[in-house]
Every structure is written in C-alpha cells, then in structure tokens.
Design a protein around this ligand. Structure first.
Ligand SMILES: C[S@@+](CC[C@H](N)C(=O)[O-])C[C@H]1O[C@@H](n2cnc3c(N)ncnc32)[C@H](O)[C@@H]1O
Length: 426
C-alpha cells in the first residue's frame, strides 16, 4: 500500500496539518505540458483580474479563490484535486470506512435524542470524492435502516467536477440502494428548513483566507499585483473593516508591541459568512465541524509569525502559494474561537469541543481495535486496519484535529452526545 511519500528512506503520510511531516525543498516537481499550459492560462486570468481591479491589485483571498475555485482551472473546480494515496494529501476519510461509520453512529444518536424526527437531514458540506457519504450511508443501511428510511442526505459542494465524481461513486458503490441523497446549492435549501445535522470534514480550512501583515506597527493586508509578467506581493491598508473587527470578535489584541514587524497571518472571513448561511438554514439541530486548527490565542500567538498557510502538491508540503497554479492545494488552519464566537452571535450554542481522537474513542474506536484480535481477520488485514485506526486517533496527526459541535434550538437532553463524553481507559 502506498501511504504517501518517502523522504530520507522513511515512509511519510502527508496530512494537511502535521508540521512534523513537512518536506522541505523539491516544491518544483516538473509539471506535464497540459498542466503547464493550464497553469499559464490561469495565471493570465489572474493578471486580467488584477488589471481590471481598483489599484491593480487583488487580495490574497481573491487570489486563493481563483487558484482553488476558478470554474475551469481552479484546483477543486477542475477536478484535479487528489485526495488519497494517488493524490496530494490524505484525510481521515482516506483511511477506510471506520471514520464514516463512527460518525454515522453519532448521527444516529442525535436522531434518537431529538425524538426521531421525520425527515432527518444530514447535510455534508464539501464532500470531496464522496467517499465519506458512501461510508455513512452504507453503515446506516446495515446498522440503522430505520434512520436511513427517513433520512435526506444532502451534499453541498462547491466544485462541479467533484459533484460529478461524488455522483459516480454513489452509482458505483450504492447501486439499486434506496438512498435519498440530493446535491443542492444553499439557494435551493429554504431558510429554517433543516432538522438534523450539518457537518464537514476539512471544509473550513479550504476557504480562501485574507493574509494580513504587520508593517510599521500597523495592520496591513497582502495583495497580489503584476510586475513584469510575474505575480508579486504588495502590501497596503486592509481591504475591509471586517478584518480589524475580526480580532475584536476573537479577543486578540493585534497589532501590539508583542508582535514582531512583518508578522503575517490569515483571517478566514469566508468561515463567518458560511456559518451565517448554515445557521439560517437550520431550524433545529447540530453543526459538527471537523478540522485542524487552534483557539485564537494559540493561532494568533506572537511566535507564530508566518501564519499557517500551507501548500500541498503530490504529497509534498511547502509554503510557496505562487507555483503550480491550479494544481496544488492551499489551506490554512481554522480559528475555532471565531466559529464559536460568531456562532453565539448568530444563535448557535456551543455543545462541545474535543479532539478527533477522543471523539472517535468515545464512539467505540477502541472496541474496533479490540475486535481485531477476534481471529476473524488475516494478519495483513489486522496490520492495515490497526494502523489506520491508530492514525485516526494519533494526537500528533488526525487525532489532534478539533471537533466543534454547535446546536440550535436543542433541549438539554439533546446536547448529551456520546462523542463528547470522556472515553473509558482500555
Ligand atoms: C479538503 S477537501 C475535503 C473533502 C472531504 N470532506 C474529505 O474529508 O476528504 C474540501 C472540500 O470542500 C469543498 N468546498 C470548498 N469550499 C466549499 C464551499 N463554500 N461550499 C461547499 N463545498 C466547498 C471542496 O470542493 C472540497 O470538496
């Protein structure tokens, strides 16, 4: 099994958050001719956007939006995105069905706690290759057909090519199964219409972020401009007041004398907009967000002077967002404090925050590990599955991801989720 890259003879798995797996250098893997010409075409589009914008510059967020989501050439929209062994990075979903099954068991408990409403909506936002949706539906069909029968599974996905891929996977892996799965845009979902759970895995880290920088003791923003046919960074006053307001929201006093000159970080305003949309669609239920990130005080620590922006290309991680245009992923860590605070302003209550490892253990991952000794599996299966389960809970990797559960209009007893209880020792 190819678990990713080899570096210095040591096999490495490249998740999108684990700084221990950073591979220095070799960011400039040769691109194929078609890739080069698509990349050049995207660069031309970016230059056109710069030329027609006020002051001939675009924010880093606009740039990131183009390289990831330009309808024809963006990394996600064009469908070149590769998640898994043959792609650019792994997610928990790439490690087999355990992740989806354990999540599904949490959804089943939510449904029960809410008194088995009919219909119950599960809204997966940013479904990647569709594997998680398939794993969840498969599990529910086998373990909770009563829920599946009343379930509406909705996928909200930005990238057209990924929607095609997700629909294809459903046809391949769930043929002739009666699963009520629909792909919708937010516009197609009425306000206050959902009873259930909206959830995402590694969605928020894929939103375009503004980059800000401290210069002369002032908060400034990073912009992109064109200089002699090259993309160049330039700095100027922040593009919108919301950027300064953001730090008030999360309770960080920035800038101040503790932050060094040229301190650079990111602000994910798109996450706040997204939260508002989701909250408005939810009539009653949960919002479950899984991602890598920090609380604001850790995110905006003076010593984290270069922010968290990372680029992924063929299982190599680096920090140059201006190469491999449209062929590499760009991502920034999530500020969980912002999601909590903005959620409170919108009427979402924090139900709990935990780490993925603890969450999955509480939902029975330990039992799955124990079951591997039952004699039902051959040695290869045992080794592979045990490795996958360990990776899902590894506190230095996927197990260290944050899981934020927020709720709307929930009664006290509906907030007592198994995934948020402290797992028993084993
Ligand atoms: C890093 S991938 C994660 C995929 C999948 N959840 C997984 O864990 O393997 C991010 C996904 O979010 C989608 N996405 C990004 N922005 C989105 C938005 N505003 N609405 C819906 N999906 C979005 C991307 O197209 C992609 O499918």
């Amino acid at each position: 099994m190819n678990w990713g890259d080899c570096h210095g003879g040591r096999p490495k798995i490249i998740y999108r958050e684990n700084l221990l797996n950073l591979i220095d250098g070799n960011n400039y893997l040769p691109m194929k001719n078609t890739e080069l010409s698509n990349s050049q075409a995207l660069k031309k589009i970016i230059f056109e956007r710069i030329a027609t914008s006020r002051q001939q510059r675009i924010t880093f967020a606009e740039y990131m939006n183009l390289v990831l989501y330009h309808p024809q050439y963006g990394y996600y929209s064009s469908g070149v995105v590769g998640i898994g062994a043959k792609g650019d990075y792994f997610t928990s979903v790439s490690l087999g069905q355990d992740f989806g099954e354990l999540l599904a068991s949490q959804f089943a408990e939510m449904w029960q706690l809410m008194g088995c409403p009919r219909p119950f909506s599960l809204v997966e936002m940013g479904a990647g290759n569709g594997r998680l949706a398939v794993d969840i539906c498969n599990y529910l069909q086998a373990a909770r057909p009563d829920l599946l029968e009343t379930l509406e599974y909705i996928i909200v996905e930005e990238a057209r090519e990924l929607i095609n891929r997700q629909q294809q996977l459903f046809q391949e892996l769930l043929p002739n199964k009666k699963i009520n799965c629909n792909w919708k845009s937010w516009q197609e979902i009425p306000e206050n219409s959902l009873t259930g759970c909206c959830f995402s895995n590694e969605l928020v880290d894929a939103f375009p972020v503004h980059q800000i920088i401290i210069r002369g003791g002032e908060l400034q923003e990073v912009y992109l401009t064109e200089t002699q046919g090259e993309l160049t960074e330039t700095y100027g006053e922040v593009s919108r007041a919301k950027l300064a307001d953001y730090f008030k929201l999360v309770g960080v006093n920035l800038p101040n004398k503790n932050f060094p000159e040229n301190y650079r970080t990111e602000v994910n305003l798109a996450a706040l907009d997204w939260l508002k949309i989701v909250t408005n669609k939810l009539q009653k239920g949960y919002l479950l967000t899984i991602d890598y990130g920090y609380p604001a005080t850790k995110y905006y620590h003076p010593q984290r002077s270069q922010g968290t922006l990372q680029c992924y290309y063929h299982h190599r991680r680096h920090n140059d967002p201006y190469i491999n245009l449209g062929y590499q992923d760009l991502t920034a860590h999530v500020d969980f404090t912002a999601l909590e605070r903005q959620g409170e302003l919108l009427g979402l209550e924090k139900i709990g925050f935990t780490q993925q490892g603890l969450f999955l253990m509480a939902l029975g991952l330990g039992d799955r590990l124990n079951e591997l000794s039952s004699g039902k599996y051959n040695i290869l299966q045992v080794m592979q599955r045990r490795d996958a389960l360990h990776q899902l809970v590894d506190p230095m990797g996927l197990g260290g991801f944050g899981i934020l559960v927020q709720g709307k209009e929930l009664r006290e007893e509906e907030k007592l989720l198994k995934g948020l209880t402290v797992p028993p020792l084993f």
